[in-house]
Ligand binder design. Structure first.
Ligand code: HEM
Length: 455
């Protein structure tokens, strides 16, 4: 799969019928660009809705109940898993599918692209994730809803996979593909395996489960596949592709990057084979290798490109990679000392909120306005506010979760709701900024139309 951030492909497409005039060809290319931007905005908007309501609001509700009763055991595992599913599949999954479709050059230029399957994919994905969340929370017909949701999600991904695999990546004429492409491919394979595991788990629960929730042991393995098999390598791939340019970093070290992926895959395999404790140390090595490969903490060789976004963008990207290390190290700490789920929870949120969400806030606000019809980001101040609030909330959450759950400091229970409010406000700021960009900022085509009218 190839991801590019160049300006829209409005050149003369190779497959156009020769009878069309150059003006018509340009007009067709512009219409395709507008159509693919609409598709991208649909995936991103539904992802934002999943992030905010079924994801974050349910997460906050769960955390308020846990801190109110001072025990993690008071919340139904089905509700905890509904929150995790909405965030991982509903939010990040929708974003990745949308950006993936946008990045297929044929959807923007070239021969007439087929938008029908892409919209069908969006509908199946959105319905599948919604059904899963509703089955976990309301339990209505969950023995039917669970497998149907798993089938819809897997089928949607296969439509996407078919579209992407028909496209030869940029530079495929070269002898060797860019290393970041291998990283993204490994993450895409992780995504596919996750969806297959998810469907198998849904069928198993429908036939044998007493509730729509996975057992603790199965859930832990499933989450490792989700976080280390899918989310983390996707972010590495995107970082290797763009951070050299955006942050002005020195060139990526390809050998180290591919070693990070290989070590990471071995950690996932170890976990799935039941060696989860040993795998946590392997993930620390993989995280360290990825940092050395992308050279995120090394002095930049060129000025960062922050036009259109907040100037703190490079700082927060580095903060995110700091959270990656913290999350991986806390995983080792959890295998040694966790007696309550608190260190595991802290590790998971250092990775999902600290690393993944902070990176999505940074990269998303940098690239998505341009993808959505060459718009400007609505507010760079709101971008800073969202990132700062999320980082403060994550720091409070990770530290107080360990102190409270492990029984080290009773006062830490009262910090947890505060952390949730910081994170919720930060996440709302990000969603508002993205929706403000889509709804209030004019696209390139709209700006051109205004210029023509003024003339
Ligand atoms: C306001 C923000 C959030 C709050 C208050 C929150 C709250 C929670 C709580 C209370 C749990 C239960 C386990 C524990 O005690 O740690 C949990 C689990 C989880 N969260 Fe979050 N969360 C938030 C944001 C996120 C984000 C942004 C992601 C992903 C991008 C995420 C992914 C997960 C996952 C995967 C689980 C594990 C679910 C399972 O047990 O299967 N959370 N969250």
């Amino acid at each position: 799969m190839s991801i590019s951030i160049e300006a829209p492909a409005v050149g003369v497409p190779s497959g156009e019928r020769p009878s069309l005039s150059p003006a018509q060809i340009m007009q067709n290319a512009r219409e395709r660009e507008a159509s693919v931007s609409r598709l991208l905005m649909a995936f991103i908007s539904s992802g934002l809705v999943f992030m905010l309501l079924p994801g974050t609001f349910l997460g906050v509700w769960n955390l308020l109940r846990i801190s109110g009763s001072e025990s993690a055991g008071t919340v139904s595992p089905a509700w905890l898993q509904a929150h995790g599913h909405a965030q991982v599949f509903g939010w990040i999954g929708s974003f990745i599918l949308g950006i993936g479709f946008y990045s297929i050059p044929k959807m923007r230029g070239g021969v007439k692209p087929a938008f029908g399957p892409a919209w069908f994919c969006w509908a199946m994905w959105t319905i599948g994730v919604t059904m899963r969340w509703a089955a976990n929370v309301y339990r209505w017909q969950w023995r039917v809803m669970l497998p149907v949701s798993g089938i819809l999600e897997l089928a949607a991904f296969l439509i996407f996979f078919r579209a992407v695999s028909r496209h030869r990546p940029e530079g495929s004429g070269k002898k060797q593909l860019d290393p970041w492409i291998y990283v993204v491919v490994s993450a895409a394979v992780g995504f596919l395996l996750l969806l297959i595991a998810n469907l198998a788990a849904c069928v198993y629960l429908a036939l044998r489960g007493a509730t729509p929730a996975l057992s603790h042991v199965l859930d832990q393995r499933f989450l490792t596949l989700a976080v280390w098999g899918f989310l983390v390598p996707f972010v590495w791939g995107f970082s290797a592709r763009w951070m050299t340019v955006f942050l002005g970093l020195k060139p990526v070290r390809p050998g180290l990057l591919l070693s990070a992926v290989a070590v990471n895959v071995s950690g996932v395999v170890l976990t799935l084979a039941g060696w989860g404790a040993q795998a946590t140390a392997v993930f620390v090595v993989a995280a360290a290798l990825s940092i050395a490969a992308i050279r995120i903490f090394e002095p930049a060789q060129q000025e960062a490109k922050t036009r259109g976004v907040h100037g703190s963008f490079p700082f927060f990207v580095r903060v995110a990679y700091g959270w990656l290390l913290v999350g991986a190290l806390l995983g080792v700490g959890a295998t040694l000392w966790d007696s309550s789920g608190g260190i595991w929870g802290a590790s998971r949120h250092a990775l999902t909120v600290g690393f993944i969400a902070v990176m999505v806030f940074c990269v998303g606000q940098r690239i998505l306005p341009a993808f959505a019809g060459m718009r400007q980001l609505w507010s760079s101040e709101l971008m800073f506010a969202g990132l700062a609030l999320l980082t403060i909330g994550c720091t409070l959450r990770v530290s107080s979760e360990i102190l409270a759950y492990q029984g080290i400091a009773g006062w830490a229970w009262s910090v947890l709701p505060l952390s949730a409010m910081f994170e919720l406000t930060g996440i709302t700021a990000f969603a508002t900024n993205m929706l403000g960009t889509f709804l209030l900022e004019p696209s390139h085509a709209q700006k051109q139309a205004i210029v023509v009218e003024l003339r």
